[in-house]
Ligand binder design. Sequence first.
Ligand SMILES: N[C@H](CCC[C@H](N)C(=O)O)C(=O)O
Length: 277
Amino acid sequence: MLEFAKLHGLGNDFIVFDGIKQKLPSYNELAKKVCDRHFGIGADGMIIVEESKKADIKMVFFNADGTEAPMCGNGIRCFAKFVYDNNYVKSRDFTVETLAGIMRPRVYIENDLVSKVKVNLGKPIFDTKAIPVATEENKFIDKEIIIDNKKFNISAVSVGSIHAVVFVNNLDDIDIEKIGPIIENHKLFPDKINVNFCQVIDEDNIKVLTWERGVGQTLACGTGASSVAVISSIVNNTSKCVNVHLLGGTVKIEQEDDEVYMTGPAKLICTGLYNLN
Ligand SMILES: N[C@H](CCC[C@H](N)C(=O)O)C(=O)O
């Protein structure tokens, strides 16, 4: 039996395992098993807590399909709540090693427990070689591509995770189950990509539907919301502090001195024992 906790950030849900005090089996198989909504506990992703040599603590993240992903915005808020509430870290500001570099969460406490987390996600990366995007150009911003006989304007950015950002006039017109996977697996994106369909409401508010690489449609995506805010401030001139409204709720994204800050809730659903056999 493995001890686990299940948390969510705006309905983006995760199984968290302490990998310091218990021995875990191969992470990708474990992720597929525990994330299964019928045969497992059910979640969009799996998070492992590990010790770090470079930061206060390390977050390892896997998608529901068993692939490892560099970072997760909603996930790191849940991770921050888990490690602070369980005394792995003592300070309300701490550093977390991820595959996308060191992230800096700050936790906010209500009734002695973390209720909200603000995370410094660092500087967005536009370099098409780093994301990667299969193009000769250095940046991929507001480019027209044809999908399913319709024109879409797409931008690509990395804010820890890699994202395609697609602005549309009306989200009700988007068949996400159809278009999401076409963009996720498009030849422009050799490592696949997370996809965000967005509708600007006004200069401070943007509505988003998320299609995630390795998961499918999710209720929210923190790095996705951050990518949308960054691209929208360039393409649509929206403000540097916006509310991004997702199916699971709202996250606040601020851009200050070129760095991106995401603030949103993190909630514990339950703790328990997972039967490995
Ligand atoms: N849901 C996450 C992002 C997960 C990204 C993952 N699906 C990938 O393959 O990069 C978030 O809140 O930022």
